[in-house]
Ligand binder design. Structure first.
Ligand SMILES: [Zn+2]
Length: 298
């Protein structure tokens, strides 16, 4: 027990040290709303650091690249995005929905795969090969894939097609609209997160290279699949509204023009945040199944 407490205190200390300078950058660049987004974001970042410093690197990479992508918008893209959804400064609910699945699998990892064996490891949880920490990586790969898909897909010169009916073209910014450029971007977003997993695996896992390669391919695939599931849910169950004044589809109940929108399709309870969380969970569960299958085969 005292080893666990010792570990937690040590990780908390380093978590605060490493996250402190970041907080300044985030406030300076206005990447999160004050104070809700900042407080939620900082607490989550520290908790993720305690779970695994490598998972923290992955979360950071997701947060920074997706923030850069959404800030670096053309005027045309800004109109499409603001017509359809919220602005690029993330509020606390969005931050939470983007990290809750990673936190969930991460805490399970600590409880079942790390704390019981902590005496063998003593210091950091980075030394452990576990399907649960793998699932936590998969949820972040999903969020990154989804963000890259959306942000880069919207810049595509061709019109998006509906994911549930690929023959049908839909206006840019429509929930469930996919483009080839966006899908490739989503795959790249997933690869970026997997790089952190590769570094961790190469540095610390004393396991064979084929196992690591299979795991990384699996991670890239479930991450991208998660991004596509996000789009699929956007096209099927997400609550969507229509602004009669602007004649535009939106996920907002109050359009940016100030008019109340009319409910159009999906379920009112299934907001964009719910879609983000659930697609990441599906990807995490697939990751656990795939991981166990690979372990079994090797
Ligand atoms: Zn409107």
């Amino acid at each position: 027990m005292s080893i666990i407490i010792n570990y937690l205190i040590q990780a908390l200390f380093w978590g605060i040290i490493f996250n402190f300078p970041l907080l300044f950058i985030i406030i300076k660049l206005k990447l999160l709303t004050m104070p809700g987004g900042i407080i939620t974001g900082a607490s989550i970042a520290i908790m993720i650091y305690i779970i695994s410093p490598f998972l923290w690197c992955a979360l950071l990479l997701f947060f920074l690249t997706s923030s850069i992508l959404s800030k670096q918008s053309t005027p045309q893209k800004r109109i499409i995005t603001s017509e359809f959804s919220k602005d690029s400064t993330r509020d606390s609910i969005q931050v939470l929905s983007n990290s809750f699945p990673a936190l969930f699998f991460g805490i399970l990892f600590l409880l079942f795969d790390f704390f019981p064996f902590i005496e063998n490891y003593k210091t950091f949880s980075i030394l452990i090969n576990s399907p649960l920490i793998f699932a936590a990586f998969a949820t972040i790969a999903t969020h990154n894939s989804d963000t890259w898909m959306t942000e880069i897909g919207i810049k595509s010169s061709s019109l998006p097609r509906l994911i549930t009916d690929l023959k049908k073209y839909v206006p840019k910014g429509t929930s469930g609209g996919v483009t080839l450029k966006g899908t490739i971007a989503g795959l790249t977003g997933s690869v970026i997160i997997s790089l952190i997993y590769i570094i961790q695996a190469v540095l610390y896992f004393k396991i064979n290279i084929f196992l690591v390669i299979s795991q990384v391919i699996l991670l890239i695939l479930v991450g991208t699949l998660g991004g596509l599931i996000d789009s699929f849910e956007g096209a099927t169950i997400q609550g969507l509204y229509y602004c009669e004044h602007c004649q535009k589809e939106t996920e907002r109940q109050m359009h940016r023009c100030g008019n109340t929108t009319k409910f159009m399709k999906g379920y009112r309870l299934i907001t964009n945040d719910i879609v983000n969380i659930s697609s990441a969970f599906v990807s995490g569960i697939l990751a656990v199944i795939g991981y166990s299958l690979i372990e079994y085969l090797f």
